[in-house]
Design a protein around this ligand. Structure first.
Ligand code: SF4
Ligand code: SF4
Length: 297
């Protein structure tokens, strides 16, 4: 299974290439909508059970990481260090993460003889397969449209099973409504970054650091928004701060809001009066001091 670039197809997976010869795309170029029917089933009785997890290329999305690191009882940073491989998502080196494989193989690090070892918290890619999903932003439109398609690979015998289902039903039984709800804002940020035109240029090194933290390191982001530097600038009420400290799902959605400030300069979080002036005054006093954690750009 292969997870494609999240800008294009955040929830697809297909077998990795095994030869240099061109081969037909596993993606059936038929656009599906929520009510569309397709034939597919996957269960322990299929002859290819686990085959798709033995040759993976899975891009992880922020909610995948939040779920998996919670399951493991690890901090985000430790989990990411243990189970992911970094890669650049675009020519600006926007950081992305792939799920790690067992040493010397293309087999998922979580695959066991009994199947997926993290099944209840498996990534979005694994839930979608053998459907692919992508968000499409049409030119001059702010709306992102969800599109689906079937990924049909030779090793996957689930397509021979007799069950027919709809996209909506499949998404529901795979728990994807929650995954999509949590990852949608982030996906839209990636799409906007890619299709935003010249107004959305190369992020600064600081912006890339913040992108990495907001996307993949919620524990660090929680500390960041509790810092004096952040609270000197941004005006979060006591209730909101408490909710963000306690609820990691809310924290992830807030991290995406903050990312829109970082990457696109959208002023979505209320500012404290005079914050900018105070920050500028501090910079003038101590031009070579420690980095200002409230500086988002
Ligand atoms: S996380 Fe689970 S379902 Fe996904 S590739 Fe690994 S073993 Fe397979
Ligand atoms: S039917 Fe497809 S998705 Fe299910 S185990 Fe086989 S290869 Fe994997």
């Amino acid at each position: 299974m292969q997870k494609d670039d999240p800008q294009n197809a955040p929830e697809t997976k297909s077998a990795g290439e095994t030869s240099e010869a061109p081969r037909p795309s596993p993606v059936r170029p038929v656009r599906l909508h929520a009510g569309s029917k397709f034939r597919f089933d996957c269960h322990r009785g299929v002859p290819c059970f686990n085959a798709c997890c033995k040759n993976i290329d899975i891009t992880l999305l922020p909610y995948d990481i939040a779920r998996l690191k919670r399951r493991a009882g690890m901090t985000s940073a430790r989990w990411v260090g243990a189970y992911t491989v970094p890669y650049a998502m675009d020519a600006h080196d926007l950081p992305g993460l792939k799920l790690a494989t067992k040493p010397g193989t293309a087999e998922c690090v979580f695959l066991t003889e009994d199947g997926c070892g993290v099944y209840d918290d498996r990534p979005s890619a694994c839930r979608y397969y053998a459907l692919g999903a992508m968000g499409v932003r049409r030119t001059a439109s702010a709306e992102v449209e969800d599109m689906y398609f079937v990924v049909k690979e030779p090793h996957c015998k689930g397509h021979d099973e007799p069950r027919t289902t709809t996209v909506a039903q499949y998404r529901k039984e795979q728990g994807l409504e929650q995954y999509d709800r949590m990852n949608r804002e982030w996906r839209d940020i990636i799409l906007k970054k890619r299709s935003g035109g010249p107004g959305v240029g190369r992020p600064s090194a600081r912006s890339l650091q913040l992108f990495d933290m907001c996307s993949y390191d919620l524990d660090n982001f929680r500390d960041f928004i509790a810092s004096d530097g952040f609270n000197e600038v941004f005006d979060l009420g006591a209730d909101e701060r408490a909710a963000l400290a306690e609820d990691e799902d809310k924290l992830l959605l807030f991290a995406c809001k903050f990312l829109k400030e970082v990457l696109f300069g959208e002023m979505r979080i209320p500012r404290k009066a005079g914050a900018r002036e105070k920050r500028m005054a501090r910079r003038v006093k101590s031009p070579t001091g420690a980095p200002d954690t409230s500086d988002t750009r």
